[in-house]
Design a protein around this ligand. Structure first.
Ligand code: HEM
Length: 114
């Protein structure tokens, strides 16, 4: 009797592990890993690039970004570092960002707008 309970308990535990294990992996599998540039975008660029303030190309607007992406990410980075007067401030107002940080954000914006 005791042995049967043990086997029964093990079967239940295994069943639960399969069910919970599966559901967790399904949940995480669906969520793409956050792009390393996303957080900086949300902190510094979002305010203008989400709504297209002052003619800024809206994130995800393929038509607005296509001619910019065609210039290449190196040129987009230069625009970000220097700014594009009158509307785009130098460094995108992220004065603590390194050129590498901004390169990563530009990559995120291009990925989202292609
Ligand atoms: C770190 C944050 C930011 C990044 C990475 C960023 C990046 C960019 C990039 C790559 C472009 C396209 C440049 C080109 O086509 O050569 C752009 C354009 C623009 N951005 Fe930003 N931006 C940021 C923050 C901002 C902020 C805060 C504002 C508003 C105060 C802004 C306003 C604009 C405007 C108006 C344009 C269009 C410029 C034009 O073509 O005349 N951006 N931005």
């Amino acid at each position: 009797m005791q042995r049967r309970n043990g086997v029964y308990g093990l079967a239940v535990a295994l069943g639960l592990m399969l069910i919970t294990g599966c559901s967790e992996s399904d949940a995480t599998a669906g969520k793409a890993a956050a792009h390393p540039g996303e957080e900086t975008y949300n902190r510094f660029c979002f305010s203008c690039l989400a709504s297209g303030v002052a003619g800024a190309p809206k994130l995800g607007d393929k038509a607005a970004w296509a001619p910019r992406i065609a210039k290449g990410q190196a040129l987009l980075l230069q625009s970000t570092l220097r700014g594009v007067p009158p509307g785009m401030p130098a460094m995108g107002l992220c004065t603590s960002c390194t050129a590498e940080d901004l390169e990563t954000v530009v990559d995120y914006m291009v990925q989202q707008s292609r």
